[in-house]
Design a protein around this ligand. Structure first.
Ligand code: HXC
Length: 508
């Protein structure tokens, strides 16, 4: 009997060694942890249950029958994060560069199917070179099966991709179909084809970092939602993120105990908006002062900084925040900001997360660069996303809400449930100068000045909108947290039916 038990231990030890000591050392030298070390950090201590540790590939091409490594380049299973179940797969770069074979794909598919049955999130830790070249179409077929499941699970269970090494081909396309992508700075890359192929095809010489490093995907392309300094920091932040997310689209948001009173007032908010309407202020200060214990998980921190998106809690329950940022481009809506916020709003709506929107927006960004880049379609994405929400929507206009951007930013007209304004709010088609120059074209400077004053007094206030009921109340800034908390409590059981249809036709 002892022999049998020893044999099992030996087989396990072999599997745990992956591609061997030499490659593990190389992994560490690059500043990366191994697939198993990452799992240990991500999950609650001792909670990991592994599946398919002994699975091997079945390929016999290019001498592959001589190179079989149990586990076949991916560690899969389930465990808990602060007691809540998650499924995961962690690519092992030490085994054929983490590349995907037919059997490697079957391991991931098993995890995806089990997560869907149990309605729990899937986290993928990627450090892999795409389809296993030796397997050809068998690997491509495997990816197709993974992609299809990514799509079927979308909006049912949260799917998170963490990029922790050089990733190419299917190892970037599968993440692209998940809800969030996070990267590790300086050790992770994402590209459809790597620098060598780029050089061959286009003659362009680029480094991995220039082509698909975290600096590119978190600021320029917007493909990744955030990046961290190293594996440890990244995985600890993923634990924090999971604490904010519902397990599926039917459970409702998780609730955690909090010491922060829901009716806490903050007098400093009464002076947050500067007297000069053209002076910026930091909208994140408002978010941090409104959420429980100042705990805010920002999504897309470095991309389209003119809009802020992320998760916080009010009275212990998760809330999605969307806020124009006057510190960057005066908080204007451009294509990138619209795309970023639209995707976030749709995630929240899919998973039943109420949305709080803080509005200070001078309008959409004018100009050829934006128009040629499809601002009309990108702006429409955000309008579409808010308009199709059935989750509670609470909106607070702190200052400017001008033009089409007023409508878009969760106004009453597109489905806002409770729309508040601070006394400093200015709700109008445009600012005073632009408005008066158009409607009093050709007037003397004195006439223009008089009309500007009249326009400011009448229109640059919350009261024209409040008189029509478009604003439910003009509130004191210091009471914002209390008013939002009460609004969300009142809306807890909000139920809205949309007409039956196969699916909408979001302006892509
Ligand atoms: C088999 C692979 C592999 C792959 C890497 N390896 N990628 N083996 N199939 N796709 C192996 C290497 O042979 C090597 O084995 C080990 O992994 C480490 O690779 P290196 O190249 O030494 O590492 P590095 O210099 O860090 O470069 C990593 C890399 C590069 C950028 C990922 O290996 C690379 O460009 N690989 C190919 C990427 C690719 O084009 N994949 C196909 C994509 S098509 P040893 O034995 O030396 O340790 C695809 C289709 C899906 O995925 C469909 C999409 C819609």
């Amino acid at each position: 009997m002892k022999d049998i038990l020893d044999k099992l231990e030996q087989r396990r030890a072999k599997a745990r060694l992956g591609g061997g000591e030499r490659r593990i050392e190389a992994q560490h030298k690059r500043g990366k942890l191994t697939a198993r070390e990452r799992i240990e950090l991500l999950l609650d201590k001792g909670s990991f249950e592994e599946f398919d540790m002994f699975v091997e590939h079945r390929s016999s091409e290019f001498g592959m029958e001589e190179q079989k490594i149990p586990g076949d380049g991916v560690v899969t299973g389930w465990g808990t994060i602060n007691g809540r179940t998650v499924y995961l797969f962690s690519k092992d770069f030490t085994v054929f560069g983490g590349s995907l074979s037919e059997t490697h794909a079957q391991k991931i598919i098993k995890v995806q199917d089990m997560a869907m049955k149990a309605r729990a999130p899937v986290i993928g830790l990627f450090d892999a070179g795409g389809a296993r070249i030796q397997e050809g179409v068998a690997a491509l077929g495997g990816y197709g099966e993974v992609f299809k499941r990514n799509v079927i699970a979308s909006g049912v269970i949260p799917q998170i991709s963490v990029i922790m090494g050089p990733c190419a081909g299917g190892d970037v396309y599968s993440p692209a179909m998940t809800d969030f992508i996070f990267m590790v700075r300086d050790t992770s890359y994402m590209f459809v084809t790597g620098p060598d192929v780029v050089k061959t095809v286009t003659n362009e010489v680029v480094t991995s970092e220039e082509l698909g490093g975290a600096s590119i995907h978190t600021t320029k392309s917007g493909v990744a939602d955030g990046s961290y300094d190293n594996d440890v920091e990244c995985l600890l932040q993923m634990r924090r993120l999971i604490d904010f997310l519902p397990s599926n689209n039917e459970t409702g948001v998780p609730t955690w105990p909090t010491q922060d009173a829901a009716d806490r007032i903050d007098e400093s908010l009464d002076t947050l908006v500067p007297e000069n309407p053209n002076k910026p202020y930091d909208i994140k200060e408002l978010i941090l002062k409104v959420v429980d214990e100042g705990d805010f998980f920002e999504i897309g921190t470095a991309f389209a900084k003119n809009i802020v998106t992320g998760f916080g809690r009010i009275a212990g329950s998760t809330v999605g925040f969307v806020a124009n940022q006057p510190m960057v481009l005066a908080g204007v809506l451009d294509s990138d900001a619209s795309r970023k916020a639209a995707r976030f709003v749709r995630f929240c709506d899919a998973f039943g997360i109420p949305i709080v929107t803080f509005v200070d927006v001078p309008g959409f960004l004018p100009g050829t660069a934006q128009e040629y880049g499809g601002l009309i379609k990108h702006g429409a994405k955000l309008l579409f996303a808010y308009s199709q929400c059935t989750v509670p929507l609470v909106t607070v206009i702190t200052r400017k809400a001008f033009g089409g951007a007023y409508d878009v930013m969760a106004s009453k007209h597109v489905g806002g449930d409770l729309n508040y304004a601070w006394p400093t709010a200015q709700i109008a088609v445009m600012g005073a100068k632009g408005a008066v120059e158009i409607i009093f074209r050709g007037g003397t400077p004195e006439q223009i000045a008089a009309q500007t004053k009249q326009y400011e007094d009448r229109f640059l206030s919350p009261f024209v909108a409040a008189e029509r009921g478009y604003i439910d109340d003009v509130i004191m800034p210091h009471s914002t947290r209390r008013r939002i908390a009460r609004a969300l409590a009142m809306l807890h059981d909000k139920h809205v039916e949309m007409p039956r249809r196969k699916h909408d036709n979001l302006p892509l």
